[in-house]
Design a protein around this ligand. Structure first.
Ligand SMILES: NC(=O)c1ccc[n+]([C@@H]2O[C@H](COP(=O)([O-])OP(=O)(O)OC[C@H]3O[C@@H](n4cnc5c(N)ncnc54)[C@H](OP(=O)(O)O)[C@@H]3O)[C@@H](O)[C@H]2O)c1
Length: 437
C-alpha cells in the first residue's frame, strides 16, 4: 500500500465540510480501490471554533489559505472558498506554482481564469480538476472530456441552475413569479439577492466552461448572450402548456457555420422531450455528437453532499494517477472562441402581444411578419377566436400568442420593432425562443 494522499482543504462551508466528512468516512475504505488511503492533513476557514461535523483536532489549521496551498505537508490543494478573485484565486495559483494539483468547485474562478490556470497547471506538471464546478453532482466534465472525446460535438444544452428551474416549476403549478421566488428563498434555494441566479449569470459561467471542453475553445464567459427568467409570466407558462411546450432556462452551446453560439435564455422545449421533464432544483445536461447521437445526464446540481461527491471523484482520479489536460486538450491547443452572432440565430419563436382592439390590427401584424419573411405556425387570440368581433362595449387590448416557423433573430427583432412602431400593440411584446429538440 502506498503512502496516503494528503489533502489540504480551504473552505469548510456547505461543500468543504461535506467533503471532510466524506474523507473521514471513506478515506480508508477506498484504499483498496485507489492503492492508497486519503487523509485530510490541513484545513482553512475563517472561523476556527465552529463545529463542522468532523474531527478537526488532528488536522493542521491554517488561517491563510495561501499558506496552506504551498505547505509541503499537502499533496493536493482543494479550494472550496468560492469567488473569481481574491484568496481563492491567489491560493489556487500558489498551489499550482508549487507544483501541487488542485481540485476546485469554483465556477466563477474557472469562468474568469480557467484558461490561464490550465496553462499554469500544465507548465508545472500539476493537475487542475473541477468536476463540481458545473452541475454539482452530475459528472458532466468527465463525460465531455473523456467519455465523449471521440465525438465531434454539435450542441449541448442544459438546466444548470436549480433555482431557476424550481421557480419555473412552481410557476407551472400556478404560482406567479414573485411567489415562486419567495418560496425558493424560504427553502434556501435562492439568495436574498437572487439576481445572479435568476438573470442567468450563474448559468452563463457554467456554460462557458462546458463550451470550452466540448468545442476545444478558450473559455469566454464575456461573449455569452444572457437573458434571465424574471420577465416570464404565468401567462407564458399557461400558453406554453396549451401549445405543448414547457419553459426552461437553458444554457445552449451550438456549433454553427459562423462560429459557436453560447446563449442563456428562457426556452420553450417540447413537453415530451427529456429536458422538459426535469423539475424542481434538479439539473440536467444533454450533449449531441456525431457518433453518440444524444445523451443526457440529470441529477442534483447543488447541495453539500452531492457536490462533495463530485469533488471526491476528482480526488480519486488524482490518487490513481489519472492525468488529463484540464480543458480536454493542452492549453496551447485551445482555439480562440469564435462567437456566432446572436442575430444570426435560427429557430422558432413564441411571441405574446397585447394587440389593440381596432380594425386592421391583426392584418398589419401579419403584414409586418410577412415583410420580414417570417411564416407563422399558429396564431391564437386568447380571449376569443381570431376574426370574431368583440361584443359591443367589451373592446380592449387582446392577448395574442404567435408561434413562428424557423426564422432568424434578425428577422424577428426587425418585425417586432416595426409592430411596436406601427402602434398595433400596447406594452412590450414577449419573445421566447423555441429550441428544436
Ligand atoms: N453549495 C453548493 O451547493 C455548491 C455547488 C457547486 C459548487 N459550489 C462551489 O463550491 C464553493 C464553495 O461553496 P459553499 O457553498 O461551500 O460556500 P460556503 O458555504 O459559503 O463556504 C465557504 C467557506 O470558505 C471559507 N472562507 C471564506 N473566506 C475565507 C478566507 N478568506 N480564508 C479562509 N476561508 C475562507 C468560509 O469560512 P467560514 O466557514 O469560517 O465562514 C467557508 O467555510 C464555491 O466555489 C461554490 O460556487 C457550491
Amino acid at each position: 500500500m502506498n503512502a496516503p494522499l494528503r489533502l489540504g482543504i480551504a473552505g469548510l462551508g456547505t461543500v468543504g465540510a461535506s467533503l471532510a466528512r466524506l474523507v473521514e468516512a471513506r478515506g480508508d475504505t477506498l484504499a483498496p480501490q485507489l492503492g492508497r488511503p486519503l487523509r485530510v492533513v490541513a484545513i482553512s476557514a475563517r472561523d476556527r471554533k465552529r463545529d463542522r461535523g468532523f474531527d478537526m483536532d488532528t488536522i493542521a489549521w491554517h488561517d491563510d489559505p495561501v499558506s496552506l496551498a504551498s505547505a509541503n505537508s499537502v499533496d493536493v490543494f482543494v479550494e472550496l472558498i468560492g469567488g473569481a478573485d481574491g484568496v481563492a484565486h491567489e491560493s489556487v495559483r500558489a498551489a499550482l506554482e508549487s507544483g501541487k494539483s488542485v481540485v476546485t468547485a469554483n465556477k466563477a474562478l474557472l469562468a474568469k481564469h480557467g484558461a490561464a490556470l490550465a496553462a499554469l497547471a500544465e507548465e508545472r506538471d500539476a493537475q487542475l480538476s473541477f468536476e463540481a464546478a458545473v452541475a454539482g453532482g452530475i459528472p458532466i466534465i468527465k463525460t465531455l472530456r473523456e467519455a465523449l472525446a471521440g465525438n465531434r460535438l454539435t450542441r449541448l444544452y442544459g438546466i444548470l441552475n436549480g433555482t431557476c428551474n424550481f421557480i419555473l416549476t412552481r410557476m407551472e403549478a400556478g404560482a406567479d413569479y414573485p411567489a415562486a421566488l419567495k418560496e425558493a428563498q424560504a427553502l434556501g434555494y435562492a439568495e436574498a439577492d437572487p439576481t445572479f441566479d435568476v438573470e442567468g449569470l450563474d448559468t452563463a459561467q457554467k456554460l462557458s466552461i462546458l463550451t470550452s471542453i466540448a468545442f476545444g475553445t478558450k473559455i469566454d464567459s464575456e461573449s455569452i448572450y444572457v437573458e434571465g427568467i424574471s420577465g416570464i409570466t404565468s401567462e407564458d407558462l399557461t400558453a406554453a402548456e396549451e401549445l405543448g411546450y414547457r419553459i426552461k432556462l437553458l444554457g445552449v452551446a451550438q456549433r454553427t457555420d459562423t462560429g459557436i453560439e453560447q446563449r442563456v435564455h428562457p426556452t420553450m422545449v417540447p413537453r415530451d422531450c427529456g429536458i422538459a421533464r426535469i423539475s424542481g432544483v434538479t439539473n440536467a445536461v444533454a450533449v449531441e455528437g456525431d457518433f453518440i447521437g444524444s445523451v443526457m445526464h440529470s441529477g442534483p446540481g447543488a447541495g453539500g453532499d452531492a457536490t462533495a461527491s463530485a469533488v471526491m471523484g476528482d480526488i480519486v482520479d488524482l490518487a490513481r494517477g489519472v492525468r488529463v489536460p484540464p480543458l480536454g486538450r493542452p492549453a496551447a491547443e485551445l482555439e480562440p472562441y469564435r462567437r456566432a452572432r446572436m442575430r444570426a440565430h435560427e429557430g422558432g419563436y413564441y411571441l405574446r402581444l397585447m394587440v389593440r382592439d381596432r380594425p386592421g390590427a391583426f392584418a398589419a401584424i401579419a403584414q409586418h411578419m410577412a415583410d420580414a419573411g417570417i411564416s407563422l405556425d399558429s396564431i391564437v387570440q386568447r380571449n376569443r377566436p381570431i376574426g370574431t368581433a368583440p361584443k359591443r362595449g367589451t373592446e380592449r387590448d387582446q392577448p395574442v400568442t404567435i408561434i413562428t416557423h424557423s426564422t432568424t433573430e434578425e428577422a424577428i427583432r426587425g418585425a417586432l420593432a416595426n409592430i411596436e412602431a406601427g402602434g398595433e400593440v400596447s406594452g412590450r411584446p414577449q419573445m421566447i425562443r423555441i429550441e428544436a429538440l
